[in-house]
Design a binder for this molecule. Structure first.
Ligand SMILES: C[S@@+](CC[C@H](N)C(=O)[O-])C[C@H]1O[C@@H](n2cnc3c(N)ncnc32)[C@H](O)[C@@H]1O
Length: 233
């Protein structure tokens, strides 16, 4: 069962009737939830323009989603920030960031230090181009398979369309601490994927309904997952 949005002081709460189904609703919600400055709006607009232009050169987002890019990608990414409103300065790691979804959207809307992990060089070239263009000094790009990224404690771990849940956790457990917030959009399989996890991990997570699709869920959890012990080869 997907748990509907819980009131967040009222500020970020939406009922099913207010799902962000179109571009106007998505932009309206961004304004209401994050009150972006003029500079942040300009940065988001520029990111959207760069993403659409780059998509003609490499496949970053489904072309069919471009007319709804604010709802399907920008608000869909920003909703993760609304699920981790802690003011702390801890590192946010976005796994398999692709074109920076959700990592770059979060980085534009917040000052959280951000590590974007992406293994494909052309995608990293795009990430670096956006970081430079928007002067996002708090963003680092790790061009490597996650398996080869040095372990650092993460305050937040996000991963959108990165890997099946068990593999995602297996690869990223070493970055988690007792206070790590896990934000894992899992589409329509969220409940099923959660049910397949070992019991102690299952209890760490609950499923939040996505603001952009009533049938989709985001796994939200807090805590450390002990990395699997690997035998010596
Ligand atoms: C389906 S895309 C999703 C991209 C983005 N998060 C989004 O929602 O649009 C998955 C991304 O993960 C990257 N990826 C897959 N396995 C990876 C790994 N082991 N380490 C780092 N990146 C990986 C791929 O190159 C790809 O860009």
């Amino acid at each position: 069962m997907i748990i509907p949005h819980r009131a967040d002081g009222g500020k970020n709460d939406v009922s099913a009737a207010e799902l962000l189904k179109d571009e106007r609703a998505a932009r309206g919600w961004l304004t209401q939830a994050f009150a972006p400055s003029t500079e942040q709006w300009a940065q988001i607009e520029r990111f959207v323009t760069m993403l659409i232009a780059e998509n003609a050169k490499q496949n970053l987002i489904a072309a069919s989603t471009i007319p709804a890019i604010w709802a399907r990608h920008i608000a869909d990414s920003a909703q993760l920030l609304a699920l981790d409103t802690r003011e702390g300065e801890g590192l946010w790691i976005d796994l398999g960031s692709g074109p920076g979804l959700p990592g770059l959207v979060v980085a534009i809307l917040s000052e959280r230090p951000m590590l974007l992990v992406e293994s494909r060089r052309r995608r990293c070239d795009f990430l670096r181009a956006v970081v430079a263009e928007l002067a996002l000094d708090h963003v680092e790009v790790a061009e490597a398979p996650l398996e080869r990224v040095a372990t650092r404690p993460a305050a937040t771990i996000s991963a959108r369309a990165f890997a099946p849940l068990d593999r995602l956790i297996d690869l990223s457990a070493r970055f988690s601490t007792e206070s790590t917030r896990w934000l894992l959009p899992k589409g329509r399989n969220a409940v099923k994927e959660l049910a397949l996890l070992p019991e102690p991990w299952q209890r760490m997570f609950h499923v939040e309904q996505s603001r952009t699709d009533a049938e989709s869920g985001i796994l939200v959890g807090t805590g450390r997952i002990a990395p699997k012990k690997r035998g010596k080869a």
